[in-house]
Every structure is written in structure tokens, then in C-alpha cells.
Design a binder for this molecule. Sequence first.
Ligand code: ADP
Length: 854
Amino acid sequence: MSGGNQKLQEIRPITRLLCHVYTSWVVLLLGLVLTAAAWYATDQSVRAKAQIRFDNRSSEISSAIYARMNGYEQVLQGVVGLFHASENITRKEFNTFVNSLKIKKNWPGIQGIGFSIPVTVGDKAKHIREIRNEGFPEYTIKPEGDRDEYSAIIYLEPFDWRNERAFGYDMWSNDMRREAMTRARDTGEASTSGIITLVQETNTDVQKGFLTYLPLYQDGVSLETIEQRRKAFIGWVYSPFRMGDLMTGILGSEQTEIEYEIFDGERVSKETMLFDSNKSSHEEYPLVAGALMKTVALELQGRKWALHFTTGRNAQGVSESRQPIIVAIVGLVVSFLLFFIVSSLALRQKYTEKIAQNMESELRNATELALANEEKAERSTDNEIISEILSLSILSKSLNDTLEKALKLILSRKRFKHFGMGTVFLFDELTNKLHMAAQSNLAPQIKSMCTEINLGQCLCGQAALLRKTIMKFCLDHDHEITFDGINEHGHICEPIQSGEKLLGVLNLYTPHGHHGTEQELKFVKTVSNTLSGLIKQKRFESELAIALDTANAASEAKSAFLAAMSHELRTPLNAVLGFGQMLQFTPNAPLSPNQNDYVENILESGNHLLKLVNQILDLASIEAYQIDLSLIDLEANEVISNCVNLVAPLGKKRSIEIVDQFSNGPLVHLFTDSTRLKQVLINLLGNAIKFNKDGGTVTIEGTETDYGYLRISVIDTGIGIAAKNQSSVFNLFHRVDADSMIAREGTGIGLTVSRLLAERLGGRIDFESEEGLGSTFWIELPLANNDDVLIWTEVIKIGVDTIDKDHQVLVSMVNRLMRRSADMADVDEIINELIEYRIHAVSFHSRRSNYGGL
Ligand code: ADP
């Protein structure tokens, strides 16, 4: 599990729960349920409160109306009392009394207090006259007209302009009034009329109204029966009420949260409506849903009223009525907020997890990439190490030294660097044991204990015996060779084999607990193969060295033989030749013709033998690099011309024409040894004449090659060389069994010497030939301006043994330089190799000024 995931696991359970994708939906559901519950509870509470308030308020209003109306009745009773107290109440007294009541202030709503009396048809005129006499000339009973009975308002205080309109009014003439007046007269109780329009009303602010009557009877008479009451009846004390003014007086004019309508009678209808507390509301604002309403019956002075209450548009008071909605809105907002918070938490969590996962996979990719890069880097390091080990093969080091160096290179690898410890064992077939050949950083105890190891002993012995890799990541019982206080470590022991043949064991120390990787094992196996090659090569080299030693000894013997020959053969040979010539030229004793023939034969054979000896000696010294070359810049034209002149007499003898097509041509400069060039050319020209037909031709041509060489060709029209013999022409002592005369002249050494010389001069020699038609022998030498050729002039004078050690470097150098593709980088590399191998004994003559100091 990655670090990122662990972190996620460590998150507290509550947070993890919050971050769950379903939690947000649960939260939303809970929120909605709670909101609904809260809304319901609030609504119920508001409703209950509103109901209570509504009930209270409607009761208050009914009570207030009732109480006030009773109060008015008391006022009227007071007026009745006034009449009882005095026999004749004058207008003035009435006025004084009513004024003292201060009805406007104390009894708001009462339009006035009046007194009306019944007037019979017979009394009507008298009545009008009397009142007019009181100072009201306009007075009359209204409305005009004849009726059976009349009544007349004679007092009405306050006698203001509005009440004045009612002065003299016949209330009996109106049914509604009459009904109440009758009831009051007959019952003796206060009596309220139904809906009327007061005569005081003008055209503006017309209000509905009613009247309350209280009967006034004579004192001291029985009022038990209707007849008695009718008989004792004097008049009506009454009060007109304008409904609007009355209700304002009772309840004040402020807007209340409750609306009410007052209906006359028990029926709630438009026609019977006395009062509407909010006239406009019903038209403009229909009752809100859930509005409260109730109708209460009220009996006032014998008249029933119906009070209809509603909560109207201000149902429960704005703020309160909105409470459930507010609660619902707040609840919804909070629920959705919580939902969004929790779902965004979950989303965030998911996003974070995704990022964490992405990061983790990126990290994994990066790690894999890093590992791959590391592996790649290690692989390339491995390759470098192996190529370095391979390059050890060209070093002239002993096998053990080479293995020591190889081991150091192996241990430079990152994994094995840790200890830097290892061993290379070589297997000895004779003793059947492993012998330590190289080691690095071994503990002294191990070093001495592991000098020799039996097959099967300890880890290396097992690897050798089983021919397989032994890998250990700790010290276990297989690790037989040990000592007290040895450090914990692991091993990789790899057998070094050549096919099935065991050559040794490579033993590397690894860190404790380290299990080798595939790459590592691959490396160790490759290294083991490389070491196998190295061991075989070094062993081959040492076998070769022994062979060369033997050859060297043989060569020395040959040199000794040649030296002896040169001395031992040439001395007697010169003596034989000398005495032979003396025999020919002794005038005192001339030889017989037969004797002369014999001496001629002796001299010819002796000269041939001397030539042979000289050529063999020359060859021997060239082969042994014991000739000094004297390189100079010369004109090839001159050298060739000289050679042609030298051999011309020979040709002449056999009428062979020598055609020189080169000497007189453009000058060609060579940087070469003049004497040795002449030696080669004379040999080629001599052969061209020798193996020519009488009267034949020898042509000399010279052409510059496109790789900076001069090719000198000697073309003859002679016998040619049979195809079967062509491959052995340059072999020592090769001679074609030809004409006996020619055969006698040849030695079969000339071309061998010529090839050696051509090579020493940085050139080459070869031929083309066709039997019976002739041959073309040519030599190629570098032009003087050819900077790509390096010729050493002073041979190594350190014998065959030394030559063998450094020979490879020199030969590789020359070969590479002779290649046409050789470039400056090759030269630099070789120079460096030369410096490394410190071949100070060899001095080079370089055509290249920048290498001139070497
Ligand atoms: P020799 O002293 O016999 O000439 P060389 O080494 O010069 O020795 O030649 C070796 C042999 O090569 C000769 O014996 C001859 O058979 C053959 N040879 C050399 N040059 C020619 C040539 N121009 N034509 C034919 N054969 C040749």
C-alpha cells in the first residue's frame, strides 16, 4: 500500500462517513424531513397562537360592544331618572343635563341624547304651536303628511347642526323605529332598533345607524301589564347611533389584526350588515387560506346582533404568519447547503482520492522509469565494464595481474562496490583444486584460508563442483570457511567455464539480505564468460610465448648457422675461386682445353654458390630487421634510369629491347631508401630479361595511384608463369624448372627479398602473368607527399622475445595506418597506446612533422 493510501486510511471515521457519496443524499433527506417537521410545528404553533389571539380579540370586541351598549343604556337610564326627578323638564334643563354628561368625551359614539313624545292627531297642531312658541318658528313634525299617530323629537342634545335636522322628526312614521319604540313602550325595557339611516345623515359619509329607546312612564303607577305601561307612557328617551362613529368610539380607530362585521339580527348577509370594520378588504383581498373566522351572537336591548369575526388579510400578523414559511425556507436552504457541502466534501474527497491515485500512479511510473533508467544506466555501465575487461586482453600482463585488474573493474559496479570484496579462483586440473589467482579487500583470515579450496568446499567449491551459480544473502551453514567476528554478508559465486571445462570461480561479496537481481546475475554470467575468454587467451599467449621462445632459440641457431656459413663458406669459396682463376691465368703451365673447361665449371659454380650465400645472408638480415633503411626524398625517374642502364648489357646479349617509358616523364618524388629500391628493381628487371624470349621486350612504366602511391611496372614478353605456380612465386627458393641455363642462374631468393624490402619501405609487390605471353611485376611505394604513411627506419633491436611482447601494438598500428580509411582519430589512439605501453626503445622516423619528435 502506498503512502498516499495509508493517509486516506488514517482519516477519522466521521470524516470518512462525511466523505461518502451517499451521505449527502441522507443529509438532504434528513434536512427536508426536519424542515417539514419544523415547518409543521411552527405552523401549528402559529395557528394555535393566532386562534387564541383571535378568540381573545373577538371576545374583547364583543365584550367592549356589549359593555358600551350597556353603558349607553345607563346614560339613557340617567336621563329617565332626570325626568322622574323633576315634574317638568325644560329644554334648558335637558340641555344642561346632557351637556354635563360630556357625551362627546365620555361616551363617544353616541350621536346625541334625545326625547321624543307621542303626538295624537288631535294634539298635533297644539304641539307644533307650543314648540314654535319656544322659539322655533320653523318647527314642524316631519315628515309632513297625515298619519294616525305621530311622535316628535322635542329634545335632542347636543343641538348641533346635525341633530337639528332631526328636531321634530316623527320616528313613529318609520317601521324600523316604530318596532323598537313599541317594544320599549310595551316592555318597559331598553330597546334597540334595526338598521336605519338616521335623519341626521347628509350626503357625505353616510353611515348606517340604529336607535336605542328607553320608555318614560308616569311616576307612581303600576307598570305590570302592557296596558298599564301604555297608559302610563310619556315618551322615549333615546339615543341615535351612527354605527361607524359608535364602533370607533368603542374600539378606537386603529387598525386591528382582526376584522369584524356586525349584522342586525342573526342572519349574516349583506342587507343586514350594520358595520364592517374593513370595508375594502373583502373586495380587494379575498380571505387568505387558513384564515380564522367566527360569528358571535350578541343581544342588546332586545335586539340580536351577529358579530362576524375574521382574521382578514392580516391573518396572524405578518411576521408571525410568515414564520412557518421562513422556517421552511431556512430549513430548505440549510438542507441544500448541507447537501452541497457534504456532496462537495464527497466530491472533493473523490477528487483528492483521484489525485492521490494519479499521483501514486505517476509516482509509480516515475519510480519505474527511474528504475528502468537506473537499470539502463547499470546495463550500460555493465557493458562498459565488460568492454574494459575485454580490452585487458591486449595488455601484456600476466594472467593473475589481468584477473586482478578485471576483478577491480567488476567490483566498481554499483552493487558490488558496497564491500569491494571478491576473489577469482583458477582451477588446477592436476591438483583438482581451486587456487586463488586474484582477490580484492579480503579479510586477512579469509585470504589465508582460501588460498586453496577443494571442489565442493564452501560456496566457491560448490559452484565449481556443481557448475552452477551459488547465491547466498546471508552467512549460513554452507559458508564453511569463516572466522570469529566475520561481518554479515552475502555471495554470488559463479563458475568460470569453457564449455563444460571448468576454468575457475568468480566470487563476489554482496550486502547482507540482498537477493541478486536478474540484471545482476546476467552481468555476473557475462563477466564469467568474459573472464573465461580472458583466461583462455592469456593461457594461449603464454603457450605462444613458449613456442616463440622455442622459435627464437631456433632463429638464434639459424643466425649462428648463417654467421658460421658466411664465414666458413665464403672463406674457402673465395679460396676456391681465387685458385681457379690462378689456374686459368698461369702462363707457364697453360691448361689443356679439357682442363680449362673443368676450371670454368668450377668458377661458375663457385660464383653461383657465393651469390647464393650472399643472398641468404641478406635475406636473413632483412628478416631479422637487421638492415638500416636510409629514407630520403628522391626522384624515382633517376633511380629507374640507373637500373635500366645497369641491366641493359644483359638484354643486349639476347637482343632484348628495354623500353623505359618512365624516366623521361614527369618527375615523381618518393621518400624511400635508394639502394633497396634499386635492389628490388634490378631483381625485377633481371628476371624480366632472364625469363624473356630472345629478341623480346621489357617495358618499364610508372603510374601514380589514387591512394598516393607510385606503381612501377616491369612488363616482359617472356615465358610467363603457369597459373599453378603463381601462388608460390614469392616463396623462398621457389624456382620454376625451366631452361637448364636459366635454372642454373637463379636462386629462388630474389623475389622473397624484394617482397620483404617493399614491405619495409611501406609498399607492396605483386604480379600478373600469363604462361607463354609474359609477366608484369610491379612494386608500389608511397609518394613523398603521402602523409598517411608512417615508415619506421630503425628496427627493434631487442630480439624476437621483445618483438613478440610489443609486436601486436606495432602491427596493429601499422595495419590501421595502412588502411585507406585510417583517420586522425586512429592515429591519436595509436599514439596514446604507444605512450601507455612506453615503448621507448623504438624510435620512429615520421613523415608527419607533428609526430616527428616521437
Ligand atoms: P631466381 O633467382 O630464380 O630468379 P627469383 O626469386 O627472382 O629467383 O624468382 C623465383 C622464380 O620466379 C623464378 O625461378 C622464376 O621461375 C619465376 N620468375 C620470376 N620472375 C619471372 C618472370 N619475369 N617471368 C617468368 N618467371 C619468373
